[in-house]
Design a protein around this ligand. Structure first.
Ligand code: APR
Ligand code: MG
Ligand code: MG
Length: 196
């Protein structure tokens, strides 16, 4: 287990900890940029109210709801759609970076990934920009992560140069690798070029 990580059971046993759940929704696609460059995968993130990029989700209260039910509730607010999340979608749990801790209680972050169909992702994007109660408030808009031709200028390298909430940047990078949405070589190139 990587440093800062803990098991779901250890996390839920912590009295006085706060909990947040976030999810990476993604899909395969055959669409092509400029009619020729395969996009290959759609990965959804959001521009938050604080100007940082993050994953949809938020604070949950395990005393009153399961982690997954809490995450689905947050998704309804932020994306405007019922998206069932199950324990099968769970990836890992870790402590939030120290800056996010209040003096009173540690924040524990639970991370999920869920694969969808391209059409479902389009519905999420539509609802997030129209019926979602948080649209324009907690969430300024959904964004797709550019994953095409990472051996050329721009794309993922510039995307990774933006500022991210908490550990969202490493959650993104780890998920791209684990799910084989990018090759280790292309990821390494993008990381070298990112302005950090
Ligand atoms: N994506 C988003 N947030 C993350 C991530 C991530 N990958 N990793 C860690 N966080 C942390 C942030 O520090 C954030 O403040 O989780 C915390 C809670 O997540 P939010 O999505 O911001 O919570 P939400 O319930 O949607 O918003 C509730 O949070 O920041 C406050 O006052 C703000 O009213 C808002 C409240
Ligand atoms: Mg929220
Ligand atoms: Mg949120």
């Amino acid at each position: 287990m990587a440093s800062g990580q803990l098991s779901r059971e250890e996390a839920l046993a912590c009295s006085g900890c706060r909990h947040a759940c976030h999810v990476m929704l993604y899909a395969d696609t055959t669409s092509k940029l400029f009619g020729r460059t395969p996009i290959r995968h759609i990965v959804l993130m959001q521009m938050r109210f604080d100007g940082l990029l993050g994953f949809p989700g938020g604070l949950v209260n395990p005393a009153e709801e399961s982690l997954e039910a809490g995450l689905s509730r947050e998704l309804l607010e932020e994306l405007g759609l019922e998206i069932p999340i199950s324990e099968e979608d769970y990836v890992e749990t870790c402590y939030a970076p120290a800056l996010s801790w209040t003096s009173k209680s540690k924040l524990i972050l639970h991370f999920y990934v869920k694969k969808m169909e391209e059409e479902q992702i389009r519905e999420v994007e539509k609802a997030a920009a129209s019926t979602a109660v948080d649209h324009g408030l907690e969430v300024m808009g959904m964004v797709r992560v550019p994953l095409f031709r990472t051996n050329h200028d721009g794309g993922l390298s510039f995307f990774l140069s933006h500022s991210f909430i908490g550990n969202a940047r490493s959650q993104l990078i780890n998920s791209l690798l684990r799910l084989h949405l990018i090759s280790p070589q292309n990821l390494a190139k993008a990381l070298r070029k990112s302005l950090r």
